[in-house]
Design a protein around this ligand. Structure first.
Ligand code: ADP
Length: 301
């Protein structure tokens, strides 16, 4: 069983010829409301990619609003267990306003809303979920103290912990000592270690620094190149699939969900990363966040 903890956001996405400047009002080409947020995307990836019979739980805080209701309903359809999902009075569901220019530039404002209210104490209500879990998957869009407490609680329950350290930030030994598997992209690996990732040698140097902090398995995702693994069992690059990418939103989230599903099925780390590359290669060929994430039957695994 897989326990995901993290954020849920309603992404309001508008596309413009060029980004509006301060004081300017512009008509957008296009508007979409997307269900996103790293935690929710990863929970959806786990639920869609796991074999039937594997339970995915998701601990998150939504607002008591219509978008929160819609998210809960669509997650139930995906097979996510709702025990850990709370809708908080007088809070709005996390919201992101995303402006994208034709040249690919973007401007983003985020209101954490209910996500910011997921406190360390709230985790105490979910001992049952921790005790049932085999894996914990968590990211950094929830308050830092909650992330630290979740990792620590998971270790006391004997749960294997997987940290996707996104968005990019530095983390100390006080957090990393609870992490079994870490999955930064290139930017996040640099924020964690100070090593700029250009070549595989750089990835190995960054991984070494994370091993020194007590992290056993380091997986650095490298976009269209695939992912670099540094682990006791396997070290090296697992190449991505060659596809025509049209939208890389939720690629990393699909990768993380798939990686944990693979590990929970007893795959080796190299095999689980191969599975994660295959799943996220499908996501990048589709528009959108959660709606782009594939189902298990789309993969030949
Ligand atoms: P993030 O989206 O978190 O920045 P990456 O860009 O490293 O993370 O992408 C995560 C994973 O998604 C990669 O390791 C790879 O498996 C897959 N991926 C991303 N971009 C592509 C692409 N253009 N073609 C194929 N796979 C891709």
């Amino acid at each position: 069983q897989i326990l995901v903890i993290g954020s849920a956001n309603a992404d309001h996405v508008m596309k413009f010829e060029y980004l509006p400047a301060a004081g300017q009002t512009l008509m957008s080409r296009d508007y979409r409301l997307e269900q996103g947020g790293k935690g929710a995307n990863q929970a959806v990836a786990c639920a869609r990619l796991a074999k039937s019979g594997t339970r995915t739980d998701f601990i998150c805080h939504l607002g008591q609003d219509s978008i929160g209701d819609d998210m809960r309903q669509s997650w139930i359809k995906d097979g996510i267990s709702t025990e850990g999902i709370s809708q908080i009075a007088e809070q709005s569901t996390g919201t992101a306003m995303i402006f994208i220019g034709d040249n690919g530039e973007n401007t983003i404002g985020v209101a954490a809303g209910a996500n910011a209210t997921l406190s360390p104490d709230d985790l105490e209500n979910h001992y049952a979920l921790f005790s049932r879990a085999q894996f914990l998957l968590i990211q950094l869009e929830t308050p830092a103290a909650t992330v630290a407490k979740a990792l620590q609680m998971a270790k006391t329950f004997g749960v294997t912990t997987v940290l996707n350290p996104a968005p990019a930030t530095a983390l100390g030994h006080d957090v990393l000592k609870w992490v079994d598997v870490i999955t930064p992209n290139e930017t996040e690996a640099e924020a964690l270690t100070g090593v700029e990732i250009n070549h595989l040698d750089d990835a190995q140097m960054a991984a070494q620094l994370l091993h020194q902090q007590g992290v056993g398995i380091v997986v650095i995702t490298l976009g269209s190149r695939g992912a670099y693994i540094s682990s006791p069992g396997f070290t090296g690059l697992v190449p991505a699939l060659e596809v025509q990418a049209i939208d890389t939103v939720a690629a990393g989230d699909t990768f993380n969900g798939a990686l944990v599903v693979g590990l929970s099925e007893g795959m080796s780390i190299a095999a689980a990363v191969g599975f994660a590359n295959a799943a996220s290669a499908i996501t990048v060929t589709r528009q959108g966040a959660q709606r782009a994430i594939p189902y298990r039957q789309e993969l030949s695994y």
